[in-house]
Design a protein around this ligand. Sequence first.
Ligand code: PLP
Length: 375
Amino acid sequence: MKKRIYADNAATTKLDTDALEAMKPFLTEEYSNASQPYSFARPAKKAISEARGIIAACIGAEPEEIYFTSGGTESDNWAIKGSAFSNESKLAIITSQIEHHAVLNACAAIERLGYPVDYLPVSDEGIVQPELLNRYINDRTGLVSVMLANNEIGTIEPIAELARIAHKHGALFHTDAVQAVGHIPIDVKALGVDMLSASAHKFNGMKGSGFLYIRKDADICSYVDGGAQESGKRAGTENVAAIVAMAVALRKNCEHMEVNAQKLCKLEEILLAGLSSAGIDYRRNGSSNRVPGNVNISIKGVDGEMLLHRLDLKGICISTGSACDSVNTRVSHVVEAIGVPDEYANGTIRISFGTDNDEDDAAVIAKTLIDIIIR
Ligand code: PLP
């Protein structure tokens, strides 16, 4: 059977084997609802508490600042709507044009309720310029939300500087760190953010689980109302198994971060050297300060959708825009925002390596692309 090469790790990752083992007991014997008072619930309760501590330590937070959610989309919605609904005197929001749709559509939803939202343009490397935020922000701004790393082009944003500007004007700062957590070092205190979104399935945890970091003193109202779980701020019976898996996967990713990054950078080099040596005319998108393993390129005169399907026939999984956008065949909002020239824009693909990939995978992807483009 043909070997599948999965190189779409920015869309999702494989569940880590240790995470799978750690979660199993909570799917079988230890299935109690963690909120119940009887002793059967104790292992579940303890596991959630330990997971909270592990995750907090991985991002420099306090355990009580971690709130479990159903993933990145919910965390982003909570951060944006929760902060908007918490402060009626500072209604305005500033975000960027290259955010994930979880942020863009949450902003669009509150815009329809009358909240003014500004969408900052970015540089051709996809960087949100602090000077521009300085120009847009005013004392009516209640929230600034800028992603830590872009899901399409991998660009890492100057979050600490942007957060300082937001705070100078009394605004809260949220960052969507879904593509960054588990992949680059993160310290919420050094970044100075008030909220940070993460999603477990981007760092070898389970799909449908994630967390929102909320700084202890930040006044953010509940977004999912119901029971008293998560200190009364996020109702709903906890997905204990997924929470346990998330903590194990994140700790493991953080422990191996440097080695993983070196390996992924090597794979990037092999792929791009292969394309260059065959004379393929491409532009690499994003800044050189990007998440490891992300290769977003625009190839002149070819159709990215065609490349995706031809690679699929060879058992290779990559992406064009972002995965959440795969039904949409027009040039992505990120490619548009960074101003990729027309003759290259349609040929944009994203290859995102993960730690399961090896050098052979990178070479095979390069060779297959060359065969498709040149023959
Ligand atoms: N934010 C970013 C930057 C993402 O890349 C994604 C997923 O692709 C999300 C948010 C949504 O996360 P989830 O899939 O956990 O809802």
